[in-house]
Each structure stands twice: as structure tokens, then as C-alpha cells.
Design a protein around this ligand. Structure first.
Ligand code: HPA
Length: 260
């Protein structure tokens, strides 16, 4: 098995896959429950980031356990989805953004596998935080499917679970953020540390606080996710089909061996 889908807000249903079975994977950070099924003959793992009923808030997701579990079962590529607010007038509700950079504004989450001791002190290169090969596959599939997409975007991650103030959004826009969300850090960080390719399909559900004319609600976010659910599934499965079997990117080295 090489590919995992991490479903974010509004993406809880693994039934895009067939012959689904549940698997519990033990990790040093706790047990992880995931679904494993088949798509066109290939085994694919599905993990609902917030739990199947959206019961885990962004700041309490056990990101370390999730990524460790994927590494342990042999996953080499992750396709993740996330609902995001937009700070950029060109990135509109309903658009798909394949992020290429992030800015970390979280402040109270475990965020690394490398804390000295046995695993040593490791400073991982983050010049290319998102896998360029997966981004290429996303772009190719999105254009085939006629989806409105953007192949670049900077995701700023907040601690949540509250939405931002308009003053924060103004400041984040000045820093260069295009999108705001609450989950991509440390998920992408841990995947990168573990040598797993990671690609994010960010789904714009709203303009961010102070840009949107109305107060933000989780219902509004879910509505836009539901409207675009079919496109998102088609895209995720299309990406799986178009990824070459062997990785040609550099996401897997040089730290991959440290976690096995
Ligand atoms: N802010 C933070 N997270 C979000 C938003 C937002 O505006 N929309 C969807 N997830």
C-alpha cells in the first residue's frame, strides 16, 4: 500500500473505496484507527482527520500518531484535503488550491518527531514543503476534470478552534498568506520529517473574517464542502491513478530511514 487520503472537514466517507476494512495501528503516540480499501485494484488507506463525526477539534488532532501510523503501514504518499478561508480575491469559495508553501502560526501543538534522544537532533529542509510530483498530478487531473484550481498558494495555519479576527487576517495578508486554516501544521511537517510525500487539496469555503460580509459559521464551511464533495472525490481518485509508481521527487530523503 503506498497512498493514503487524509480527509479533512466535510470529507469523512471512505466509501469511494471498495472492500473496506478497519485497521487499528499502534504507535508510540497512541492507537490510530483507519480504513483500508481498494480503488482500481490498488490498496488505499483513508483516515478522517477529525474522526468520522468531526469530534476532534484541530488543536487536539493526534498528528504525530496519525503520521507515524501511516509510515508504519508503508505509506509513501499522502493526499490530504482541508477546508480553508481565503485572503486572496483571486481564490474564491468553491476553488481548489494546491498549496506550495505554509506559514506556521500555531503555538501549542506537538510539532516534530525529532526531540533529541534516540532520534537525534534533526533540522529538516523545508524549501519544498509540499511534494511537487503530487502537485503536478493534481494540476493535470483538475484540468482534465474542468475544476477551477490554482497550483500555488500559501497556507497560514492558526491554532484555532476559533476563527480569526479581521485584524489578524489583515496582518496575515501582509505576511503573504493566501489561505487560512487550522490543521495543516503540523501534519505536513511530520509527513515531511517522516519522508512521506504530502500534497494538499485546499478547498476554499469562504472569504476570511473581515473580507466576508457575514460572520463565519462551521455550517457555511460544511455547505461549500458538500457542494464540491463529488469533484473532490473525483480529483482525489484521479490523482491516485496518475501518480507514477516510483517517486522521482526528493521528499523521501534524507531522513526516511530514521523512523522505520
Ligand atoms: N479560517 C480558519 N479555518 C477555516 C476557515 C477560515 O476562514 N474556513 C475554513 N476553515
Amino acid at each position: 500500500m503506498r497512498i493514503a487520503i487524509i480527509g479533512g472537514t466535510g470529507v469523512y466517507d471512505p466509501r469511494i473505496l471498495s472492500d473496506i476494512r478497519e485497521e487499528r495501528v499502534a504507535t508510540p503516540y497512541g492507537e490510530v484507527s483507519c480504513k483500508i480499501g481498494r480503488y482500481k485494484g490498488e490498496e488505499v488507506l483513508f483516515l478522517a482527520r477529525h474522526g468520522e463525526k468531526h469530534s476532534v477539534p484541530p488543536h487536539l488532532v493526534n498528528y504525530q500518531a496519525n503520521i507515524w501510523a501511516l509510515k508504519k503501514v508503508g505509506i509513501t504518499r499522502i493526499i490530504a484535503t482541508a477546508a480553508v478561508g481565503s485572503l486572496n480575491p483571486d481564490l474564491r469559495p468553491g476553488d481548489f488550491v494546491f498549496t506550495d508553501q505554509f506559514i506556521d502560526f500555531t503555538h501549542a501543538r506537538p510539532f516534530t518527531f525529532f526531540e533529541g534522544g534516540e532520534r537525534g537532533v534533526v533540522h529538516t529542509d523545508f524549501t519544498e514543503p509540499y511534494c511537487p510530483e503530487i502537485r503536478g498530478a493534481m494540476e493535470q487531473r483538475a484540468s482534465t476534470l474542468g475544476i477551477r484550481y490554482h497550483n500555488r498558494g500559501t497556507y497560514l495555519c492558526t491554532e484555532g478552534p476559533r476563527y480569526e479576527t479581521p485584524a489578524e487576517i489583515k496582518a496575515f495578508a501582509r505576511l503573504g498568506a493566501d489561505l487560512v486554516g487550522m490543521t495543516n501544521v503540523p501534519e505536513v511537517v511530520l509527513a515531511h520529517e517522516a519522508g512521506i510525500c504530502y500534497g494538499l487539496v485546499a478547498m476554499v469555503t469562504n472569504f476570511a473574517s473581515g473580507i466576508s460580509p457575514t460572520p463565519l459559521t462551521h455550517e457555511e464551511v460544511l455547505e461549500v464542502m458538500a457542494e464540491n464533495g463529488e469533484k473532490l472525490k473525483a480529483l482525489a481518485m484521479g490523482i491516485i491513478e496518475s501518480l507514477p509508481v516510483t517517486r522521482t521527487c526528493h521528499c523521501g530523503d534524507p531522513w526516511e530511514h530514521l523512523l522505520v
